[in-house]
Design a protein around this ligand. Structure first.
Ligand code: NAP
Length: 298
């Protein structure tokens, strides 16, 4: 049976480390600050923003949560971001996505000062990542690299297959994995809906990263013995026997894949908890100024 890559425990360890580093920074007169913007009343977004603010408080990061109604205009959002860009107490700015349809998401992300872009979604940070320059790495891909590093899973010379090409997960993790560096250096294949014979690629993976948003898409037939599997998916499926009538599953069918894998992340408790831990890490890196001078994983 595979080793379980316990993201929940790892995230706890990282938060404990961060708490110490934040205290050290505070003693030198700098309190890291994160501003969070929530527009509208999407219930999942409300939960995410609440848990991000709570995680900040736990490690000693100062946070502001600005909740605006769904009918807030794009101008109002841009005005708020401009204010936070200029506020020296705020080191990181996070706009919870998705935004209501009348607001141009790209225009909003572009308005964030790249040096405060702790989500790493600004094209400048994406460009820095591709070029291997210091900058902000999006939190979920950063969490995946951190899992691999802390479990001593080397990617050097390995074949890493990434299923999914979103800007949030697939593209950045693929770019991180092929960097010529101590933490990466894999040969990377990216698969998506136009990929023909998907199993041919996934079966040749030493490391398989799945971010497709399709519940239990990857079954045991899709992987070879000894693969390392990182399951990014978070999907709700109906389950009348569960107290809430549903349960969370990944994009990987854990029961058929785990017996063949050398290591695997569970859902929940794998990549998910690492995402917030990396948001806190990015906020600290913004406050120390390290984000644009030192590469995150070197
Ligand atoms: P997304 O934007 O919907 O992208 C999904 C990608 O998977 C697309 O590139 C799509 O290909 C590809 N894909 C979908 N079905 C496929 C199939 N049957 N065969 C091959 N490729 C397929 O999703 P995302 O934002 O990257 O998120 C992916 C999953 O991760 C979701 O379940 C999401 O909830 C979860 N997630 C978790 C975290 C976390 O903190 N753990 C963070 C972010 C996302 P095309 O480009 O061709 O459409």
């Amino acid at each position: 049976m595979a080793e379980i890559l316990d993201g929940k425990q790892l995230a706890r360890t990282i938060r404990t480390e961060l708490k110490e580093k934040v205290a050290e920074l505070k003693s030198s007169g700098i309190t890291p600050g994160l501003a969070l913007l929530l527009v509208g009343d999407n219930p999942a977004s409300q939960v995410y923003v609440r848990s991000k603010a709570k995680a900040c408080a736990e490690v000693g990061i100062f946070s502001i949560v600005e909740k605006r109604p769904a009918e807030t205009t794009q101008e109002e959002v841009l005005e708020l971001i401009a204010r936070w860009n200029a506020d020296p107490r705020i080191h990181g700015i996070l706009v919870q996505l998705p935004l209501p349809a009348h607001i141009d998401e790209q225009a909003v992300l572009l308005a964030i000062d790249p040096r405060k872009d702790v989500d790493g979604f600004h094209p400048e940070n994406m460009g820095r990542l591709v070029e291997g320059l210091p900058g902000f790495v999006p939190c979920t891909p950063a969490g995946i690299i951190e899992i691999l590093r802390r479990y001593n899973i080397s990617t050097v010379g390995k074949h890493a297959v990434v299923l999914g090409r979103s800007n949030i997960v697939g593209k950045p993790i693929a770019n991180l994995l092929y960097q010529k560096s101590a933490y990466a250096n894999a040969t990377v294949t990216i698969c998506h809906t136009a990929t023909q014979d998907l199993a041919q690629y996934t079966r040749s993976a030493d490391i398989l990263i799945v971010a497709a948003g399709r519940p239990q898409l990857i079954t045991g037939d899709y992987v070879r013995e000894g693969v390392v599997v990182i399951d990014v998916g978070i999907n709700r499926i109906e389950d009348p026997s569960a107290p809430k009538g549903y349960r969370l599953v990944g994009d990987v069918d854990f029961d058929s894949v785990a017996p063949k894998a050398a290591a695997i992340t569970p859902v929940p408790g794998g990549v998910g908890p690492m995402t917030i831990a990396m948001l806190l890490t990015n906020t600290l890196r913004a406050a120390t100024g390290e984000a644009f001078s030192v590469r995150q994983f070197d």
